[in-house]
Design a binder for this molecule. Structure first.
Ligand SMILES: O=c1ccn([C@H]2C[C@H](O)[C@@H](COP(=O)(O)OP(=O)(O)OP(=O)(O)O)O2)c(=O)[nH]1
Length: 143
């Protein structure tokens, strides 16, 4: 599937790192490094502007290596890029470790998965059909 993109960053377009990867790694596009102190958050620009086909969204997710090694996450994970968004794609990074983390220009800070989604029409009713689970949740089936 082709997706229209404008790349205003200093970097190449995000790439799949392996043939069957789900996520495209997103590069930070920075004029200078950003130091993220413990529990600080920052909106990291990518320099990318996209036009997703209607019926698709992009999800911005953490990279597990950065999460495991440095406690770096995407605060609103998965961030949602709407098909009608024409602004710059940004990554809301948060440092959940107790050490500062320096985000550098060009660093692959997060990954982006393009996914199909539905839009629904509500059908308001008075009763819902019975089910095995009924209202059980939050550990109702045991450990
Ligand atoms: O991690 C993210 C999340 C969102 N966006 C952009 C694309 C998205 O289409 C738009 C709006 O995102 P969202 O709907 O999550 O934001 P909101 O807080 O509900 O604001 P709005 O009122 O603008 O929808 O912001 C990003 O660039 N990165």
């Amino acid at each position: 599937m082709k997706v229209k993109v404008i790349n205003k960053s200093k970097h190449g377009l995000p790439q799949y790192q392996t043939a069957a990867a789900a996520g495209l790694d997103l590069n930070a596009n920075l004029d200078q490094d950003i130091e993220l102190k413990p529990l600080e958050r920052v909106l990291v620009p990518t320099g990318l502007f996209m036009e997703l086909p209607v019926g698709f969204e992009a999800q911005i997710r953490p990279r597990s290596g950065l999460a495991f090694k440095h406690g770096l996450s995407v605060l609103n994970s998965p961030g949602t890029i709407d098909a009608d968004y024409r602004g710059e794609v940004k990554v809301l990074l948060v440092n959940l470790s107790n050490e500062p983390f320096v985000v550098k220009d060009g660093e692959r800070v997060a990954q982006m998965v393009i996914a199909r989604h539905e839009q629904i029409q509500w059908e308001e009713v008075a009763l819902l059909e019975d089910s095995e689970r009924a209202a059980g949740g939050f550990g109702s089936t045991g450990k």
